[in-house]
Design a protein around this ligand. Structure first.
Ligand code: PGA
Length: 248
């Protein structure tokens, strides 16, 4: 596992966009795994700039997103469909037929999850999976206690996650209680992982992820076993690490 520490959110975002862009240039039909949340927003901004100013071409790229709330239509402002189109896809030349985001309105969720796994395989697997991390060590919606071998499935969101999300909805009853998420095992099958974190609120989770024992209590710790994993963080998120790590 390679640990890269950058000075701040902006530098971390630029570095991640550089890594992703170099893959797209090397392999124009690569399969990218995208994440939502505040962490990748700076990277998405920089990718849009690279597309508009330097002609970075996404026309052959295939994408898979990590997760989506159950019960929210793609048009809902809090859905991850909406997030991805607003913050990235509508600003670049990705082919909408190449975009895959779990369907929170699927009639048969179990069948959908199987289809999603098959579709990833059919596309040759994910070349590069982008990951954020929760302060509690979750990756995607694999909350603490998730099986480290899990596949795409429906998960009940933790009380903490529901409480954190309540501010985005007009009333409490609207807050989704379930999500479809790639499993920890699904994520580990990506050829390369790029886990990002910024800010002191993530420092404990990053310490556990990089230096702690591997355990279901912190699903992110499993990335220690991935052959090609990079943990890209800013100084604040790295502030509790004890080992010495070099930047580049
Ligand atoms: P954040 O969320 O990027 O908004 O901090 C990350 C996560 O919870 O996975």
């Amino acid at each position: 596992m390679l640990v890269v520490i950058k000075d701040n959110f902006e530098e971390m975002s630029k570095e991640s966009a550089k890594l992703l862009a170099s893959l797209v240039r090397r392999k124009p039909d690569c399969v990218l795994g995208f994440a939502t949340g505040s962490t990748p927003l700076g990277m998405y901004k920089e990718l849009i700039r690279l597309h508009k100013e330097e002609g970075l071409d996404f026309s052959k790229v295939i994408t898979f997103n990590l997760d989506e709330y159950v019960g929210l239509p793609p048009s809902h402002e809090q859905s991850y469909h909406y997030f991805m189109w607003e913050n990235l896809f509508k600003h670049i030349n990705v082919d909408p037929r190449h975009v895959h985001i779990p369907m929170g309105m699927a009639e048969n969720i179990e069948e959908f999850c199987l289809w999603y796994e098959e579709k990833i395989d059919e596309c040759g697997g994910i070349d590069l999976q982008i990951l954020g991390i929760g302060a509690n060590g979750h990756i995607a919606f694999n909350e603490p206690g998730s099986s480290l071998g899990s596949r795409t499935r429906i998960k009940t969101l933790s009380d903490q996650t529901c409480e954190d999300n309540a501010r985005f909805f007009e009333n409490k009853d609207e807050v989704p209680k379930y999500a479809i998420t790639m499993g920890v095992g699904t994520i580990m099958q990506a050829h390369e992982l790029l886990l990002m974190a910024s800010g002191v609120a993530k420092a404990d989770a990053i310490k556990a992820t990089v230096e702690g024992p591997i355990m279901a209590k912190y699903p992110a710790t499993i990335v220690q076993l991935h052959e090609f994993a990079t943990v890209l963080v800013d100084r604040d998120a790295a502030s509790k690490l004890e080992g010495s790590y070099s930047g580049f």
